[in-house]
Design a protein around this ligand. Structure first.
Ligand code: SF4
Length: 236
């Protein structure tokens, strides 16, 4: 079994939940968001780091172990992202099985996909970070090119199986696609479905109109923060 890994980014802080984390970003995503933050994930032929794309779960665990002490000291661990990591659910399940139980396991997902893939991970993942885009089907379709009916179905399934504290929903204000009122409507709907951890944020439209469409746009940790902690962010 191999993971189609686009990037491994170590020693991240303040971007993926509590503590120091290692982001494992996978290739592939069924969505086509207008302001995609990782557009390289759609291109099977390129990788913007020299990371081997054919990691076995065991080889990946070896890399993750390098930061074992930081994970334990800070309550951090692994973050599976992408692209859409759920396309690699079986691989992630195996990594979680081999990982130290003390490490936190988080996943950043759009929740778009077949529920059976999400179900594989329900008992593995400590925290689900869900980028919901917008709850309005028309806005979602216009922004991502796909329907959000599977997302809403999966939200309801996940809510039944996972404690609400384990679900962190990210709700963006998307310039040109939704209004503040749309975001309020999405938030209210999410509350009625039983979700309480909802973070609103605004896409920085200028980043997307002023950069080339395929330029890497992974979130970076502020250097000052790293200097202050004595840690230095590394790409594997
Ligand atoms: S879900 Fe994420 S990776 Fe996929 S198209 Fe949207 S922004 Fe890009």
């Amino acid at each position: 079994m191999h993971g189609d890994i686009m990037k491994i980014s170590r020693l991240r802080m303040a971007t993926d939940g509590t503590g120091v984390s290692t982001l494992v970003a996978f290739h592939g995503c069924p969505l086509r968001c207008k302001f995609c933050i990782n557009d390289q994930c759609h291109d099977e032929r390129t990788s913007y780091s020299d990371v081997s794309r054919n990691y076995t779960p065991e080889a990946l665990i070896k890399v993750l172990k390098k930061d074992d002490i930081y994970f334990r000291m800070t309550g951090g661990g692994i973050v599976f992202g992408g692209g859409e990591p759920i396309l690699h659910a079986e691989f992630i399940h195996e990594v979680c099985r081999l990982a130290d139980p003390a490490w936190k396991k988080r996943i950043e997902t759009s929740l778009y996909g077949d529920w059976r893939s999400f179900q594989v991970l329900v008992n593995d993942i400590d925290e689900w970070i869900i980028d919901i885009k917008d709850m309005n089907p028309g806005i979602y379709k216009k922004y991502t090119q796909v329907s959000n009916s599977a997302v809403i179905r999966n939200l309801k399934m996940l809510r039944k199986r996972v404690h609400p504290k384990q679900i962190w929903i990210r709700l963006p204000h998307i310039p040109g696609y939704n209004t503040d009122e749309d975001v309020v409507r999405s938030r209210d709907l999410l509350y009625t479905l039983g979700f309480t951890r909802i973070e609103e944020f605004t896409y920085e439209y200028s980043r997307f109109v002023s950069t080339k469409p395929h330029e890497p746009r992974m979130l970076e940790i502020p250097g000052l923060l790293l200097k202050n902690t004595g840690l230095e962010k590394k790409d594997e």
